[in-house]
Write a new protein. Sequence first.
Length: 268
Amino acid sequence: MLEEIRGRMTRDGIRIYEDADFAGMREAGRVAASILDDVGALVVPGVTTGALDDFIRSEVARHGAVSATIGYKGYQHASCISVNHVVCHGIPGAKVLMDGDILNIDVTVIVGGWFGDTSRMYVAGQANRKAERLIEVTHEGLMRGIAAVKPGNTFGDIGHAIQAYVESNRMSVVRDFCGHGLGRVFHASPNVLHYGRPGSGAVLEEGMFFTVEPMVNLGRPETKVLADDWTAVTRDKSLSAQFEHSIGVTATGCEIFTASPAGKFFKP
């Protein structure tokens, strides 16, 4: 209980964690990223998204972790798997991947009470050049947003860095979903927007933990949620991509808790 109430809150309601808390987030992030490293070999034409989720569920158990998503608001899967024009929160199931499909796999685990939340793009077979370019731009947008994370900057600086890069490549940033604070809880303040004005929003302070997870569409930014109340898709049916890291603000910048232990990232 004492560990749960360590640190302080800013006037914006954002928890400031202590130096010792970075170790817990580092381990949770490592486990989540390791699972994304390992599932990549299974992403091939002919596999179902349900089979990928079964593998992820077994890997969570093998690492001695707990899935944060199983049972969350009634959700019953160890991952969200969003294929092609699905923006986020795609439900694993009987869908068979076809050659050229792109997909985001999102995994959140709990290790020692700490939440590690990350997602990554994959390609089943060979994607076309437009899809490859979308993935490249989305990843670069994520990393430009993360590069803006340091004490004294603002959350608006993060969003602006992402938005400016994405829109310069004639793609759009989804407005309907955002990053979030985390730590010993799954979702907390702040909301981390992936668009914005420089200098706007709360000021970043050492000890803040949150996700940066831009969703980028080849077409327009508008989305809609399907009748299952989870799956969000692009309204214009254009392709969508997303990458997500959990990070902590340090004295000089930030630490990425969910960096790939194997050094993996998308390469066309």
